[in-house]
Design a protein around this ligand. Sequence first.
Ligand SMILES: O=C(O)CCC(=O)C(=O)O
Ligand SMILES: [Fe+2]
Length: 236
Amino acid sequence: MHVGRGGARLERDIHILLIPGEEPRLLAVAGEAGRVEEEAMGLEKEAVREACIEMEQKLAVNFYPKCPQPDLTLGLKRHTDPGTITLLLQDQVGGLQATRDNGNTWITVKPIQGAFVVNLGDHGHATRFAEEYLSNGRFRNADHQAVVNSNSSRLSIATFQNPSPEAIVYPLKLREGEECVMNEPITFSEMYRRKMAKDLELARLKKMAKEQQQVVSDKPQDKPNFESKSLDHILA
Ligand SMILES: O=C(O)CCC(=O)C(=O)O
Ligand SMILES: [Fe+2]
């Protein structure tokens, strides 16, 4: 989904965002995206906003220098954003990739001049770890990464619309016969803590698997003497 806006105006919006007391215009665009979600889910107007108690907006400016060997690295590793909605403006270089086919195929999100890319985050729907939130898993959170290239540096600006830490995370609506995918309501801060804990555990497993691979390639005659998940599984 794209929400078109003039690139020149964005610079002003970012500036306005930083002035205390001004209504942040990007939040208005996020509100629009929230309303699209509400309508698609058959929810009351403002239901998403109310579930967030008060939206918090965080901004990240990502600069990716050009890289002589882009095949060896990533600008930003594969992830989902934790919040409700992310608005991202990328320059014309391109490098944002998202998955489809259940995470099996990477597609490049072609830059469109003056348009925001709107991503739903974990709070907006479902994480890759099968915990599902506001939309009971009906809308997929965008699994994405940023690649680099050897010709040009690249800039992107992301604004994350997050709920209050104490906002209760639970599906807003269940269809008839649909099972609730969460065991219990949790707060956004607890959801965030669990995500971070899983990321750390995954990083630990990856490190362990790489070390194991190193041991095997250093001493091919030796078999690894501890059990672990297959490297392909962990690195997927
Ligand atoms: O640079 C990009 O295109 C992606 C940035 C991003 O995913 C993020 O800041 O969370
Ligand atoms: Fe992201």
